[in-house]
Design a protein around this ligand. Structure first.
Ligand code: 0X9
Ligand code: ZN
Length: 425
């Protein structure tokens, strides 16, 4: 009997893992906390309940929250009880996703018709994991400056691939290292694409960046959460976490809450910010920790690439009113990068302390990077899709990655002027 029950459960899980998730029964709200108390209530809700906050609530700003019809009245009652201003902006989230998909397909068709011969890489569409890994392998095979390596494996046995770009063909440990990852949050596709664009530029247009590539080594993990990334392409566009099965009901650990610095227990495994059973419990976390420790002696900068909000954030991010020792250096460089974005026609980005500007979050990679010895550690939140969708339309992707490139250039050029940590002593 028990065995049968188990079989039924497995069948349900297998089905849930393979059928495309529809958001027809979900609606999108904008909520706007006007007081600190309302902000606290909303953040509490985001952490404890399993509503999907596309943005974390910030004071006097709109945040997008996706709520099922089933939870609608409970959610609205909560907002009304706390006198929180809200707008129901979309009745059927699936319609936005479908509209975006259609527009993306049309755009792809147009680009295909207009560009002849077709370039080998393009930033007109979001790449699949296969396309990303294939491109990395291609660069590794064709360029002396590129090395491609496996950093670890996921629960679903996918390789987590890393790539280095170095002048001599390997990380010298005598030049400062910039360590980066993207795709820790599966649905944040713009971040992943910006890193692929950076790799493409640094490798295939290297003359343009020779001054900075001579002085700095790059170690990059473009998709730190490959299981989640594939899941967003194949099953559920809005998935954020990895794919660990926490219990019968809920899957996924938020890897950006799982790192072993100021880790904090969260009880509800179904929330989008579930921190895992224990610190460093996830394979992806362990893989990334391995890189932090491998390059420790030359590690100078760490960049966590996320979407969205157009923000450049520095530590500490786990609590309010606690700035890291060299926060002014972080802030100055962040502002330089923001100015560079504006100089290429981008919008005005916000630069500041992660907890202040966004919210406090424990066990995140940025703090772990700083704690592991990186002189500079940032989270960058790239351009997102507004109420029109979680991420940008593909037609706007090209501009977003060019803007992000301004940050990578500004940061890299500065790092090239710094001594490696061991030379400081
Ligand atoms: O919540 C996060 O993990 C990041 N934002 S996102 O919308 N991409 O999910 C921000 C993390 C900022 N860092 C810290 N607060 N430590
Ligand atoms: Zn993120």
């Amino acid at each position: 009997m028990k065995f049968c029950l188990l079989l039924v459960c497995f069948a349900i899980l297998a089905h849930a893992n393979s059928t495309k998730v529809s958001y027809a029964e979900y609606q999108l709200y904008l909520v706007r906390p006007e007081t600190r108390e309302q902000l606290g209530k909303l953040r509490d809700l985001a952490e404890k309940d399993d509503y999907d906050f596309w943005d974390m609530p910030r004071l006097k700003r709109d945040a997008r929250v996706m709520v099922s019809h089933y939870d609608e009245s409970r959610f609205e009652q909560f907002l009304e009880r706390n006198d929180i201003h809200y707008d129901l902006v979309m009745d059927n989230v699936q319609q936005i996703l479908d509209k975006q998909r259609k527009s993306n397909l049309e755009y792809r068709e147009r680009v295909k018709r207009e560009s002849s011969p077709r370039a080998t890489v393009d930033f007109d569409h979001y790449w699949t994991l296969e396309e990303i890994y294939q491109y990395m392998e291609e660069l590794g095979a064709n360029y002396e400056t590129v090395e491609v390596f496996e950093v670890g494996r996921t629960q679903e046995n996918r390789p987590i691939m890393g790539l280095s770009i170095t002048n001599g063909g390997e990380v010298s440990m005598e030049r400062p290292v910039v360590l980066m990852d993207a795709g820790i949050h599966a649905r944040e596709w713009v971040g992943v694409m910006s890193v692929m664009y950076m790799i493409h530029q640094f490798v295939e247009n290297s003359e343009e960046y020779s001054a900075q590539l001579e002085k700095t080594d790059y170690v990059i993990v473009p998709v730190l959460n490959p299981d989640g990334y594939v899941y967003t392409h194949e099953v559920n566009r809005l998935w954020r976490k990895n794919r660990t099965q926490n219990n019968l009901l809920c899957a996924g650990v938020d890897l950006n809450r799982n790192f072993p610095f100021q880790w904090r227990f969260t009880s509800n495994a179904c929330t989008n910010t579930y921190a895992g059973m224990s610190e460093g419990s996830e394979l992806e976390t362990v893989a990334m920790m391995g890189l932090f420790s491998q390059y420790k002696d030359a590690l100078t900068m760490y960049i966590a690439v996320h979407t969205s909000g157009e923000m450049i954030l520095w530590p500490w991010g786990y609590e309010l009113d606690n700035y890291c020792d060299n926060w002014e250096e972080h802030d100055d460089l962040g502002k330089q990068a923001a100015a560079a974005i504006m100089s290429v026609g981008g919008s005005e980005w916000t630069v500041g302390n992660a907890a202040d500007i966004l919210y406090a979050a424990s066990g995140a990679t940025d703090d772990y990077g700083k704690y592991s010895g990186a002189r500079l550690a940032y989270t960058i939140e790239l351009t997102g899709g507004g109420v029109e969708g979680f991420d940008l339309l593909e037609a706007q992707l090209g501009k977003a990655v060019v803007d992000a490139m301004e940050i990578y250039k500004t940061f890299g050029a500065y790092v090239g002027t710094l001594p490696i940590p061991t030379a400081d002593e």
